[in-house]
Design a protein around this ligand. Structure first.
Ligand SMILES: *Cc1c(COP(=O)(O)O)cnc(C)c1O
Length: 386
């Protein structure tokens, strides 16, 4: 078994789902986002745990992701958040995946393919673009499109969905923008109701809004990043702490490897491609068998630090496709060959062996967000489910 692995702490996922549930108003359904292989945290395991813990829906981004879950025995309703192409419609229907629709062309094409394949009605959610500028119909198109769905003999409107653009921000103008999006969405849902059609499950809040703005929970929330142990944004975290809503989130993934070699270098020896780092004094360099093909992005050096036996060491020189090097200092007696090196994982001040950095810390070091840090951990890295 390769030593470069991602440990998946299932108990931490269970803990995070419970933390979310504690903050849901009565009757609010839970749709757990397991898209992109559960944000890198293993979609099947995340889906199974979400299912066990009462999720009403699981959110995916591609039809193939849905097929993977169905093949693993997942029975929960699947909500496809991203658009797919007509060539995937039959697979979507056969696997009972609920797509988002937002114009007449998609509705009629889907309706036609359903009628070729099955006799019962296929569920759809109507997506409304209230200000994200991604998919969705404009709010005043919601009622006319709901009618088109209603008149399609093989489709049934199961819900309505919109997505916020700045709900992870608490600046007054952004809060105002989110509020306006919410108002537009409510109006669109009400217009459907007025047209005599049941809008079904109304959902607008992802992680940030679901917890920080409980008034936006409506019928269902769609958390993703908080399932995996991170707030959508540092600002949300501070805001929640000030409001005394503290979620005890625990990172689910630990990305780790082992020291494969320790090499003494004299002053003036360069490390890796491009010779971007040259030792200024004698030192020891540890070689780690993890590189950008594993998701340790090349742009992360310089800047990235890893944890070995509770101490932080800098990655030096360019990160290669399959290896990288760490300066551990000349007289290091703490680090031995085959010791565990943690890229990121849960931080536990009580555990001297634990990582000093979580995915948020890595994101800060490398100017991105925890979402990207986790989803970048590539397929080559085995997920070890615990
Ligand atoms: C990804 C996604 C979510 C989950 O977002 P988080 O910020 O991870 O909670 C919810 N809804 C839609 C439409 C999404 O694309």
């Amino acid at each position: 078994m390769r030593c470069t692995q991602a440990i998946i702490y299932s108990d931490n996922l269970r803990n995070n789902i419970n933390e979310i549930k504690k903050n849901l108003k009565k009757g609010v359904k839970l749709c757990c986002a397991v898209k992109a292989d559960g944000y890198g945290n293993d979609a099947v395991n995340s889906a199974k745990i979400s299912e066990e813990m009462g999720a009403s829906y699981l959110a995916i981004a591609t039809v193939d992701e849905g097929v993977e879950l169905r093949n693993a025995g997942i029975k929960t309703d699947l909500l496809l958040l991203s658009p797919c192409c007509p060539s995937e419609f039959s697979t979507l229907i056969e696997n009972n995946i609920t797509p988002l629709v937002f114009d007449e062309e998609i509705i009629s094409e889907l309706n036609k393919i359903v009628s070729d394949l099955k006799h019962s009605k296929h569920p759809v959610f109507l997506a409304v673009d209230t200000g994200m500028g991604r998919i969705g119909c404009l709010p005043d198109q919601a009622a006319p499109l709901a009618k088109v769905i209603n008149n399609s003999s093989n489709l049934i409107l199961k819900g309505m969905i919109t997505h916020f653009a700045v709900s992870d921000s608490i600046t007054p103008e952004n809060k105002e923008y989110t509020k306006e999006q919410f108002t537009q969405f409510k109006k669109a849902c009400d217009s459907v109701k007025k047209a005599g059609i049941d809008p079904g499950i109304r959902t607008c809040a992802a992680s940030a809004a679901a917890i920080a703005m409980p008034e936006y929970q409506l019928d269902m929330v769609r958390p993703g990043i908080i399932l995996y142990g991170y707030y959508a944004d540092e600002v949300t975290k501070d805001y929640l702490e000030k409001q005394n809503i503290s979620l005890n989130l625990k990172p689910v993934m630990q990305f780790q490897t082992q020291v494969a070699a320790i090499r003494p270098f004299n002053k003036g020896k360069s490390v890796s491609y491009g010779r971007t780092w040259i030792s200024t004094k004698p030192t020891l360099v540890a070689v780690l068998p993890v590189g950008y093909a594993d998701g340790l992005l090349r742009r992360n050096s310089p800047g990235l630090k890893v944890t070995i036996n509770g101490k932080a060491y800098p990655v030096v020189g360019r990160i290669c496709m399959d290896q990288c090097m760490v300066d551990i200092g000349e007289n290091n007696t703490d680090v031995k060959r085959w010791d565990k090196a943690i890229i990121f994982g849960p931080k536990d001040p009580k555990d001297k062996e634990s990582s000093l950095f979580d995915a948020d810390d890595i994101a800060k070091m490398t100017n991105t967000i925890s979402y990207e840090v986790m989803t970048c951990v590539s397929k080559r890295v085995k997920r070890i489910i615990q």
